[in-house]
Design a protein around this ligand. Structure first.
Ligand code: COO
Length: 258
């Protein structure tokens, strides 16, 4: 059985963590497979949005495979840690919008992967948390950096230091997840959200994501300059002219991503 499933449906790349017997825990093989898939998605001209989820309805991912971890010498623990960091940063830096579909548990690296995505749509039965301090380590796949930037320093510190496991309502209330839905509507809700993005111009979507994500890392003046440069890349596109034509002809635009 492959530890990762990949499927492209029209303009969407579906990546599914596929180790259900281990609650989709990350062993090194799954990290390597994920890295290969993410790199191919990054440069694929027809992929306009990425959805990442886990097999089954019990777990998105319970993080690092602790059974594998127990067998590793320190040097290979560091190897795995580096790979976690590399792959999750690649996901965060994808030019296409990314949606993490939380179909169950998301602990440790599982939640850190979700934090590297742009959006998190979750089932109402989830349990999530950065549990690493309960294992004698710390969140090492970006959690100490991405969580505070998402929910604020104090709340992030509380969750990391207590290794608290949050239920769906708690995760929604602090802004950790974008939306909570019933398990039976999770896929449709995700695809409806994706379609609301995909009906807009692909280059504009990628440039807007770039401007927001990069702008958040710098001061306002520099961010405004990033916005301007990102906007300028949309000016020569056929899609911009198509949108103006569609507006005057009172019809929906047909964007081509160029
Ligand atoms: C887990 C849990 C709370 C799930 O609890 P459940 O009671 O629902 O299920 P089990 O604990 O019985 O686990 C089922 C199954 O998955 C079991 O295997 P068997 O003993 O062979 O039946 C568990 O050993 C296995 N399992 C669960 N989590 C893992 C795992 N195998 C390998 N690795 C992991 N992580 O009980 C629980 O608390 N899991 C640990 C979650 C956690 O703290 N993850 C952080 C790890 S550190 C990290 O991610 C670092 C990243 C850089 C989920």
């Amino acid at each position: 059985m492959t530890v990762l499933k990949y499927e492209q449906k029209e303009f969407i790349a579906y990546i599914t963590l596929n180790r259900p017997d281990a609650l989709n825990a990350f062993n090194y093989e799954m990290l390597e497979e994920l890295q290969k898939v993410v790199e191919s998605v990054r440069i694929h001209p027809d992929i306009r949005l990425v959805i990442i989820t886990g097999t089954g309805n019990k777990s998105f991912s319970v993080g690092a495979d602790l059974k594998e971890r127990k067998s590793l010498p320190d040097s290979l623990v560091k190897r795995n840690l580096n790979k976690f960091g590399e792959v999750f940063s690649m996901i965060e830096q994808l030019p296409q919008p990314t949606i993490c579909v939380l179909n169950g548990y998301a602990f440790g690296g599982g939640l850190e992967l979700a934090l590297a995505c742009d959006f998190r749509i979750a089932s109402d039965h989830i349990s999530v948390g950065l549990t690493e301090t309960s294992l004698g380590i710390i969140p090492g796949a970006g959690g100490t950096q991405r969580l505070p930037r998402l929910i604020g320093e104090t709340k992030a510190l509380e969750l990391i230091l207590t290794a608290k496991k949050l239920d769906a309502a708690e995760a929604l209330s602090i802004g950790l997840v974008t939306q909570i839905v019933g398990e039976d509507t999770l896929q449709q809700t995700t695809e409806d959200f994706a379609s609301r993005i995909l009906r807009n111009a692909p280059i504009a979507i990628q440039q807007a994501k770039f401007a927001v994500k990069q702008g958040m890392k710098v001061d306002l003046h520099t961010g405004l300059q990033i916005e301007r440069k990102a906007y300028e890349l949309t000016i020569p596109t056929e899609d911009r002219i198509e949108a103006l034509n569609a507006f005057s002809e009172k019809r929906s635009p047909q964007f081509k991503g160029k």
